[in-house]
Design a protein around this ligand. Structure first.
Ligand SMILES: Cc1cn([C@H]2C[C@H](O)[C@@H](COP(=O)(O)OP(=O)(O)O[C@H]3O[C@H](C)C(=O)[C@H](O)[C@H]3O)O2)c(=O)[nH]c1=O
Length: 188
């Protein structure tokens, strides 16, 4: 499995090996052993699958507050997304900074964002299927959102935010200025 660093050290791009042959390919899309080999000991408890029929669909920016904060390992089974993680760990040198990566069925790349990050993506093709593992269960009570096109975050989504397809929840998400992070940066 290839590991590529991003501008935020704890956010990684993992790309599992693909065994191609005349039929297509085989890939271990997740392996606890492969994750441990790169220093990631994560106990995932839930798999998610979201399908977005339209290109330009934005899902995010979302997080779950403690005690149900979630680390996420995101991949695309069909189509293509620009995946975004925003560091909101109080005390982090990269607090408020974002990283983006293009994940697609074609490139097989996966984004790992630990707990303490806002997460969202925009679809770059119709009928895009996003598959992701999380390390805590869904909790509606702990679910939170921040405006995806917040001017203080100034995320480059690569598409026109004004034309984005949004859920009502995301369309009404609060500004980053009103966000009080419940996450602490825990590094030596
Ligand atoms: C996330 C989630 C949702 N749901 C239910 C709650 C709603 O009735 C319905 C749709 O939920 P929502 O509109 O929050 O789905 P997304 O907008 O795709 O949210 C996700 O989008 C961004 C990209 C994320 O990183 C999060 O994983 C997640 O917040 O599924 C569940 O039953 N379990 C779950 O884990």
């Amino acid at each position: 499995m290839d590991v590529t660093a991003t501008e935020i050290p704890d956010v990684l791009i993992l790309t599992p090996r693909r065994f191609a042959d005349a039929r297509g390919f085989f890939s271990e899309t997740w392996s606890a052993r492969a994750m441990a080999a790169v220093g990631l000991d994560v106990a995932f408890v839930q798999d998610n699958h979201s399908r977005s029929t339209q290109a330009g669909t934005v899902r995010g920016l979302h997080y779950q507050r403690p005690p149900h904060a979630q680390g996420k390992l995101v991949r695309v089974a069909r189509g293509r997304i620009r995946d975004v993680a925003v560091d909101v760990r109080v005390g982090s040198p990269s607090y408020g900074r974002w990283v983006a990566a293009e994940l697609s069925a074609e490139n097989g790349a996966q984004l790992w964002a630990p707990r303490g990050f806002l997460h969202g993506f925009v679809t770059l093709e119709p009928d895009t299927d996003v598959i992701y593992k999380v390390d805590d269960f869904y909790s509606a009570d702990c679910d939170g959102a921040v405006r995806f096109d917040d001017p203080d975050l100034a995320i480059d989504w690569g598409v026109d935010p004004q034309a984005a397809t949004l859920s009502d929840k995301d369309a009404a998400a609060p500004a980053f200025a009103s966000f009080r992070s419940p996450f602490a940066f825990a590094h030596p």
